[in-house]
Design a protein around this ligand. Sequence first.
Ligand code: HEM
Length: 584
Amino acid sequence: MSTSELTPPELTGIGKKGAAAATFVDERVGSNGWLRRNLNKVFPDHWSFMLGEVALYSFIVVLLSGVYLTLFFKPSMVEVIYDGPYIPLKGVKMSEAYDSALGISFEIRGGLLMRQIHHWAALFFMTAIAVHMFRVFFTGAFRKPRELNWMIGVGLAMTALMAGFSGYSLPDDLLSGTGLRIAEGIVLSIPVVGTWASFLLFGGEFPGTDFISRLYGVHILLIPGILLALITVHLMLVWVQKHTQFPGPARTNNNVVGYPLMPIYMAKAGGFFFLVFGIIVIISGLVQLNPIWLFGPYTPDQVSAGTQPDWYIGWLDGALRVMPNWEIQAFGYTLSLNVLTPALIIPGLITVALMAYPFLERWATGDKREHHLLDRPRDNPTRTGLGVMAITFYVLLWIGGGNDIIAVGFDLSINSIIWFLRISLIVLPPIAFLITKRICLSLQRRDRDKLLHGRETGQILRLPHGEFIEIHAPLNDNERAKIMAKPEVKPVAAPPETDSAGVRNPKLKSDRRRSKLSQFLFGDTVAKPSAAEIEHADEHLAEQVAVTAPVIQEDNELEIAHDGSVLHHPGRPISNRPDSQQKS
Ligand code: HEM
């Protein structure tokens, strides 16, 4: 059947029923106009925009699988004797929480798979959040008007981290209990109120008998509630502020080039949700994680060797492990900087720095415009360098979290690893910053060359006097638009000490600081060629293209150009002459 013979959807049975339902709702709540406006909303297309979606879909999987687990998990620290089917633990004393987690794993139908799905989906969620955040940072999507959404995002990342930690602490096995013991140490290190806060949290001495039930409420109610609220506001803001887009032909700061939500994105998003769901289920079925029955129940006097937290907590564990043993005694109190610094001060500073970054950039440029066109990472070398520097710092801490495993695996001294990491944490991030910045500037230089001299074609031309040159072709519209979209940000100049009347600038110090920051953030860049330079280059390229247009084909590898030069295509199978298709 040709497309012209297809029945319009509103005339099919389902279409008529759908239209009747829509009219019913519209007559009561007036929804049709709103739906039409919103379902026609245009979304730009780029693979990296799906990272936020992966976070969203894995969060839904976390919620669904979590609800199943709540049906069987008992958040109680009451002591019981294990009497289940897992023989090695028969007769062992344990909490009801651990007993029920074993029950879910061995006795509840589909229980182990659900535990696996819940845990794997949480890992996907955290990974997607991290990569999504990098995408937003490196492309400058956090700039006006999206600063607020960036801050909500930082809040989401931190809350998600707590969601994960509170979740894998629930089963009360030896691994989770060891994690909670560390958490207790961190709370104790808080000056003045630490001991009091710890007693409040655990209902007395650690581990007490109340903590798991308290943590349970936080994990299944408080944190998901906060996450749901934040995600809702986050997505509403994406909706209201519209999505950014990467530079390209016809894309400007004032339009959105893409596809309508309905039907294209609805279909894509629906399919993508099931894809994410399916991949999580396949991995959960195939790759075992957190086998709590091997760890045994938690008892405060035991620690299992080689224990590792989930990947997203590893950096905090690493920070604790590599920190020197700094303690200050004052007024009869001990200030445990060895715990306070890595566990609270460094994460606190990182959170504040992340939240403040969009405002810092804005202050440094004085740029109050809205930005809907994304930057290519190379176009802002300092920002990209700072991002890579932060990732390097993070990865080093993360390696620190596995120092015992590395020491055993590679037969190294654990002290040497710690010292290597302490020095690396100071030395390597700045080196990563410098290298990344140089790479970005080199890529900018290459872009400039491409604009002025065209793209290298790989075709070698022998001139009549024997010289060999490579032919350059003009860039296509897409490549040209991408390079030309590079924003030219002028760093703020150093302020004069006095004005024209000789009056001293009262804000001199702050203006100087601003100018220095501005120079640091935006001073290093490769200027785009001017319009005149591009015009000249285009004329030159057009001449070259005309002169080198081949007129005679001698064989597959050689062509003679208009001016008698010889075009050489080493190894090329067929010529670009129209009749060569028939010859070959
Ligand atoms: C629960 C976690 C999160 C979910 C479910 C989520 C979801 C999304 C989705 C679906 C989008 C639109 C598609 C896209 O650009 O990828 C988006 C955009 C955005 N997200 Fe997130 N996100 C989360 C966490 C974060 C974090 C941690 C940050 C940064 C700290 C962040 C900052 C942003 C910003 C600024 C935008 C607008 C981007 C643009 O218009 O280009 N999000 N988010």
